[in-house]
Design a protein around this ligand. Structure first.
Ligand code: GLC
Length: 436
């Protein structure tokens, strides 16, 4: 597909999913506003309409909690019944600081807004409306980072934890398997529920029901403890310092520092977080045998020993030194030489690799966007260009899907991508990658 045609397609998808003030990821499967999706969507929208890009972020922050948390879903419409778990199941108002309207979920997602704002400002440095918006939103974004360091880092290490795989944005990645298997779901532990996703998307592309029971278990636990506080840290069987979650937070801290300096805001607190976070990430999450960064399971008190896409986002956070960055780059060039599209979401050599099932192997557009920019920071131009052109090729051949087959030989036999179609962040990331 010609780049112009791709851009027209991206615009069409973003227009289709724009609900007047915010954008849904895709119809049916995800009919509300999702946190980190919105960040990438805002980038995409800014190429067509900066006002909408601003509104996208304002709508997201209309759901911010008093404790600073930006929830992972904002349920702008309360009557939409096609999604589970809906706002009534999550009952986030058990926490007094959750807004009554809009209803929200009680967990969060990667903190992308800091770097999104910097990107917008870099492209529209003199736009007055954008400057006013950034001065207004800046303290709220800082507050959302403060949430992580206050509520999700009780030992004051500089690394934030997640207590639900959905917070990481990588729902059913095999990196959670061992920790999830530790959860014994007994009769009566979780309420009965009916999944909606499996009647919309293919069963073999979605998480299993064994996994779903555990997702519901952890949501129920969060609800029991009003979604914050020490009790979750003490009781949750799932408690992980994730690579991607922390890398994105670090990258956004850096952006907030630079924005703050330009607007003469106080950045002292952010600089303190950043210094500690970067050094702790570098020492605690690196694994020398695997030559990558890995998450840390706080319950089992050990690293999670798998190679997967989150480790590569350390490049985007500018955490690795040159030697470590080189190993990450080599990992990618080897995969390319072996006939994989970049970047598979999980270790292709592991028995747990599944090139079709969601976060267990396929290619995800927003991950390519971050890794592309990470590689460029370190001067790995050739690999960065492969990461970009692989995504362009997949979308051109297979459409604006949620995620894609990672094995080239298999992808060549397909006529579509996987998961939801006309997907907003796919459109947004493509548009941004082909125009900047
Ligand atoms: C899935 C993805 C998550 C994304 C959401 C909406 O749950 O795993 O990262 O935010 O869909 O697109």
């Amino acid at each position: 597909m010609e780049l112009k045609e791709l851009s027209t397609g991206a615009h069409r998808v973003l227009r289709k999913n724009w609900k007047g003030g915010f954008t849904i990821p895709t119809t049916k499967l995800y009919p509300f506003q999702w946190n980190w999706d919105s960040g990438f969507i805002s980038l995409g929208l800014s190429h067509f309409n900066l006002d909408q890009a601003i509104q996208e972020i304002q709508s997201l922050f209309s759901g911010q909690w008093e404790n600073g948390m930006v929830p992972h879903i904002i349920f702008h419409s309360e009557n939409e019944k096609t999604y589970f778990p809906n706002h009534d199941f999550r009952n986030s108002n058990v926490n007094n600081g959750a807004p009554q309207k809009p209803k929200t979920s009680g967990i969060t997602q990667p903190a992308v807004i800091g770097f999104v704002l910097e990107n917008l400002l870099g492209r529209f440095p003199d736009d007055e409306k954008l400057q006013v918006f950034i001065s207004e939103i800046f303290p709220k974004v800082v507050n959302s980072h403060r949430f992580f360091y206050t509520y999700r880092d009780p030992e004051r290490e500089g690394l934030t934890y997640i207590f639900h795989p959905w917070e990481s944005g990588r729902d059913n990645s095999p990196i959670w398997d061992e920790s999830m298997n530790r959860i014994q779901v007994k009769e009566g532990d979780i309420p009965s529920y009916q999944r909606r996703d499996t009647s919309i998307a293919n069963l073999d592309e979605r998480p299993t029901s064994y996994q779903y029971d555990r997702y519901v278990y952890l949501l129920t636990l969060g609800k029991k403890y009003r979604y914050d506080g020490r009790a979750i840290f003490e009781e949750s069987p799932f408690l992980i310092q994730d690579t991607l979650m922390n890398a994105v937070l670090i990258r956004s801290n850096q952006s907030l520092i630079r924005i703050g300096e330009r607007f003469r805001f106080d950045t002292g607190e952010i600089k303190d977080w950043q210094q500690q976070a970067k050094s702790r990430f570098a020492e605690k999450l690196w694994n020398e045998d695997l030559e990558t960064y890995v998450g840390f399971d706080l319950r089992a008190k050990k690293q999670i020993l798998h190679k997967e896409i989150g480790g590569l986002t350390a490049l985007f956070a500018e955490v690795p030194n040159e030697t470590k960055a080189k190993s990450l780059n080599k990992y990618l060039t080897d995969l390319h030489d072996r006939g994989y599209y970049l970047c598979p979401s999980f270790d292709v050599d592991s028995p747990l690799f599944d090139s079709k099932r969601y976060w267990r192997g396929p290619i995800w557009p927003q991950m390519n966007w971050m890794i592309y920019h990470g590689l460029k920071k370190y001067g790995f131009e050739d690999t960065a260009n492969i990461v970009k052109s692989d995504l362009v090729e997949l979308v051109s051949n297979l459409g604006f899907y949620e995620y894609f087959e990672s094995q080239k030989s298999l992808a060549a036999q397909l006529s579509t991508g996987y998961g939801g179609g006309d997907f907003s962040w796919t459109a947004a990331c493509i548009q941004d990658l082909i125009t900047t």
